[in-house]
Design a protein. Structure first.
Length: 585
């Protein structure tokens, strides 16, 4: 009875699809094409390849996609493989696919940007083969019950959308091999490794696994058909062809018609450091800009993993993220237009909570760059990390001399000699780092040298609020000069520590200023911050006793405190260590 039904369907196909011939590389090839009435111009094309020892009519009748094509208005081609199989190692059938596309362009004016490839069993294996060779031709891929059983590769020229359907009881191409193949494409497409699982999906026997969005918004999808064997499943109201179309139609090679979205705050991955607090970032503002070339933006939604944080319907698309806990948080912004198309962009926010341990923010590892979280200025040029490829001016040096106090150092100079016009700064408002301090006593450890100042020029280290108000500043003269060459030996750069009292919770930045003189310079080799305890915790040991005290206003001007108000008291210890605290008289 089953054979009779298949034969009947095959006979019917002669009246619903057109058989056509084409010569490819000197070989006559043939295929069936189904094109709906009133197709219109620039419509999509789906190519669907049969399994081994099968043919185009069989594939057409198993897929049952005509009603979907009639509604959505797209062309479907069912090609015949030579000897009822497909070339999985050469260009023979790849060229066949290209020739089919050219014919469909000439005869039906299909849209080259919306051509999709699918196939069953060996046709599915061919679909995977084409992913690595024709990612610039097909906008999305839809293998059915087939994958490279000999071992997969993931070398597509771009991230590619994939929907794979497979029965769990397949005794020809085992379902157990699907996971490893899809995992490779999940990694290639930079999709989240944890899938969103919908069970049941439209029918009790179907589970849908979705990894994404990845790069360029692509997804990898698995439709798992429980207890289904090695065949195309079209029962319980779920049509494989319809699922394939609904997925593929979301993608095009050139997506000029789709919306665009990008983060404006933060503009790049944000490192949020909080010392001495509750282990969370109080408030971080998310903002995205979105546009649509042929319509309008309906909304921008913000997600962390699969959790919807907020959906904003009016520009500016702003949302304040509160009490973000310690760890890395990947935030996705999804813009949706009036046609239902979407675009996505991601940013990463890492909250580092440091209580009584030391936070090092000078772990430089790459030369010729301005590192993440740092800003430099030399009186003429401003640079903000991460910026790479510098051979002149402010940048990280790698030191290779036989003796050197640190392996890497961040250099700047003062070209003009203007006041505070040569500096390096961590966690300024321009950078992708945020340093939040809670009230308490902090120890700032630094190691700084001059780059090309044989007579030495002083350096000022400062802790400043994010708006530039100084909480602490100390000027010292480095005790080492590197000598204008990264391969020079140098030693003797004194490790310095400063005690700083922070009275107000807020964002701060650490700055290092050159002297206010032409071509004065500095190289930061070490910069770390540690919370020691409550305000005014000052170390005092028998071997390291105070020598003298000095007093400064909060803006850094040295004074003799005689009036009421806040002052910075600096205690200079016998070994040169300076402890600072804010006092009120």
């Amino acid at each position: 009875m089953r054979k009779f039904t298949i034969l009947l369907l095959a006979l019917m196909s002669l009246f619903t699809a057109k058989a056509e011939d084409i010569t490819v590389n000197g070989t006559k090839r043939n295929y069936l094409v189904y094109a709906p009435k009133n197709l219109g111009a620039k419509r999509p094309l789906l190519i669907s390849c049969h399994g081994m020892n099968q043919d185009a009519p069989y594939q057409k009748n198993m897929l049952q996609i005509e009603s979907v094509a009639d509604t959505a208005k797209f062309v479907t081609v069912f090609p015949n493989g030579i000897d009822k199989s497909w070339d999985l190692g050469g260009d023979k059938d790849l060229n066949f696919m290209k020739a089919i596309i050219e014919e469909m362009v000439k005869k039906y004016d299909i849209d080259r940007n919306k051509v999709y490839l699918s196939g069953f069993s060996m046709g599915g294996m061919f679909t995977y083969f084409a992913m690595n060779r024709m990612a610039n031709v097909f906008a999305a891929f839809a293998p059915i019950s087939g994958y490279p059983m000999w071992g997969a590769s993931f070398t597509s020229s771009r991230p590619i959308p994939i929907i794979h359907t497979h029965g769990t009881s397949d005794d020809v191409v085992a379902f157990s091999g699907v996971a490893n193949v899809l995992a490779g494409w999940v990694k290639r497409n930079a999709c989240p490794t944890k899938a969103k699982v919908e069970k049941p999906y439209r029918a009790n026997h179907i589970t849908r696994h979705t990894w994404g969005p990845g790069t360029n918004g692509v997804e990898v999808v698995l439709l798992e058909m429980a207890d289904k064997g090695h065949w195309i499943s079209n029962d319980n109201g779920v049509k494989t062809g319809e699922e394939i179309w609904n997925f593929c139609n979301r993608y095009a090679l050139k997506e000029d018609y789709k919306p665009k979205v990008s983060f404006t705050s933060p503009q790049s991955n944000l490192s949020f450091v909080t010392l001495g607090g509750a282990g969370q970032a109080r408030e971080i503002t998310l903002e995205a800009e979105a546009s649509d070339p042929d319509g309008k933006i309906v909304s921008v939604a913000y997600y962390e993993d699969d959790e919807l944080l907020a959906e904003v319907e009016e520009a500016p698309y702003t949302f304040v993220l509160k009490e973000l806990l310690r760890g890395e948080h990947v935030i996705t912004a999804v813009a949706k237009d009036n046609e239902g198309y979407t675009a996505t962009t991601k940013t990463s926010i890492t909250v580092n909570d440091v209580l009584r341990s030391t936070y090092a923010f000078s772990n430089f590892t790459d030369e010729g760059c301005v590192p993440d979280g740092w800003e430099t200025f030399d009186g003429q040029e401003s640079r903000v990390g991460l910026a790479e490829g510098f051979t002149q001016g402010a940048r990280v040096f790698k030191f290779t001399g036989k003796e050197h106090d640190f392996d890497y150092g961040l250099y700047t100079r003062n070209v003009t000699g203007g006041a505070q016009e040569g500096f390096v700064r961590y966690a300024s408002e321009k950078t992708n780092a945020s340093l939040t301090l809670y009230p308490g006593n902090y120890q700032l450890y630094v190691r700084v040298a001059n780059w090309n100042q044989p007579s030495f020029t002083p350096v000022t280290v400062a802790l400043e609020s994010i708006d530039g108000e100084r909480v602490f500043a100390e000027t010292f003269t480095p005790t080492a000069n590197i000598g204008n060459a990264a391969d020079n030996s140098f030693s003797g750069s004194s490790p310095l520590s400063f005690s700083v009292d922070v009275l107000q919770h807020g964002r701060y930045m650490v700055s290092f200023y050159t002297a206010d003189a032409p071509w004065a310079d500095l190289v930061v080799g070490r910069a770390t911050l540690r919370r020691k305890g409550d305000v005014s915790l000052v170390a005092n040991t028998t071997s390291n006793i105070p020598v003298r005290k000095q007093y400064y206003t909060l803006s850094g001007q040295q004074v003799q405190p005689s009036a009421q108000g806040f002052y910075v008291e600096k205690t200079i210890m016998q070994d040169g260590t300076v402890f600072s605290r804010v006092i009120r008289k």
